[in-house]
Design a protein around this ligand. Structure first.
Ligand SMILES: NC(=O)c1ccc[n+]([C@@H]2O[C@H](COP(=O)([O-])OP(=O)(O)OC[C@H]3O[C@@H](n4cnc5c(N)ncnc54)[C@H](OP(=O)(O)O)[C@@H]3O)[C@@H](O)[C@H]2O)c1
Length: 293
């Protein structure tokens, strides 16, 4: 392990960036710079180029993105700049300084057809502006630099920022009944587990495309039931509904894949450890979160 590695982490005010910073510091890396939009707007090509050429990182963990999936439908051009052009500028500059680059992508690059897990090289057909722009970001990364780790994740939760678990906990304070989609199947991803994997990967040269979520395939309904069970919340009745029923009540939502199962074969083949089971991740997360939601 080279603790002198110079590491640039974007999106540190978000969920994953925050945990990347935390894990790198815990592991004793002392040359870590965490930035967010205030320090560098990734849609500004000249600024990105100058920042990276001046700082000369060995590793760039690029986590910043437009993540508001429904709002993305209203402003496709801006989202394209953040999710596709931003990573392109970063990849181009990363190549100039010889930095390894992480680009965090999503299950939303797939169309969600079928029931089989998507492989890393399955055809990409994003259903939403978010999914399409993240997919384009992947393409820009692979065509502009060689030393990349593209990691597709889904249903993200971390201690810093908002996420589905915090929303469900907040709702339990004001609701006694909730209708939750039961036919979208995928896997949650705890940012602390992912950040540890990224720190392992960073020390290797096993570049490529990976899927890395916590283990296990579940529906949002299963996820919600377990969050309440684990937290000891009994006052909310959770009803399963289909995506079709949900869209009738919320017609302006972006389309989301029904099947978000992703295969971890490439992760195993490269010798990286799979992330723990999702229930284990939720238990650890709830313990850390306490009543701070
Ligand atoms: N959240 C999920 O469920 C999910 C699922 C699959 C994949 N992912 C991917 O995982 C990665 C990390 O997600 P996350 O949940 O940690 O994200 P997050 O909490 O939304 O944080 C993203 C950060 O990026 C910043 N940002 C936005 N536009 C920027 C710009 N133009 N220049 C610089 N920074 C900018 C945001 O700042 P502002 O808040 O000020 O805009 C925010 O601090 C992202 O690449 C995301 O696409 C997330």
């Amino acid at each position: 392990m080279n603790k002198d590695l110079k590491i640039l982490v974007t999106g540190v005010k978000g969920q994953l960036g925050f945990d990347c910073l935390r894990v790198l510091k815990q592991r004793g890396y002392h040359n870590v710079l965490g930035i967010d939009k205030e320090e560098l707007d990734i849609t500004d090509e000249e600024a990105v180029n100058k920042f990276i050429l001046d700082y000369k990182p060995d590793v760039i963990m690029h986590n910043a993105a437009w993540t508001a999936v429904d709002k993305a439908e209203e402003m496709p051009e801006l989202v394209y700049k953040v999710n596709a052009l931003g990573p392109k500028y970063i990849a181009t500059a990363a190549k100039k300084v010889g930095a390894k680059m992480f680009y965090i992508s999503t299950d939303y690059v797939f169309d969600g057809e079928g029931e089989k897990p998507f492989e890393v090289d399955s055809p990409k057909e994003g259903l939403s502006i978010y999914g399409k722009t993240k997919s384009k970001g992947e393409d820009f990364v692979t065509s502009n630099t060689d030393k990349y780790f593209i990691i597709r994740i889904s249903w993200v939760f971390g201690i810093n920022g908002n996420n589905y678990i915090k929303t469900m906990l907040k709702l339990s304070l004001i609701k006694d009944e909730l209708n939750i989609v039961c036919d979208q199947i995928g896997s949650p991803t705890y940012t602390l587990d992912l950040a540890n994997l990224m720190a392992d990967m960073m020390e290797s040269d096993k570049y490529g495309v990976y899927h890395a979520t916590n283990e296990g395939f579940i529906s949002w309904y299963d996820f919600t039931k377990y969050i309440y069970e684990a937290k000891g919340i009994t006052n909310v009745k959770v009803n399963p509904i289909t995506t079709e029923e949900y869209l009738k009540i919320n017609p302006n939502q972006a389309r989301r894949p029904l099947n978000s199962r992703m295969s971890k074969k490439s992760l195993e083949k490269a010798g990286f450890k799979l992330l723990p089971n999702w229930k284990d991740a939720v238990n650890r997360y709830l313990k850390e979160l306490g009543n701070d939601y």
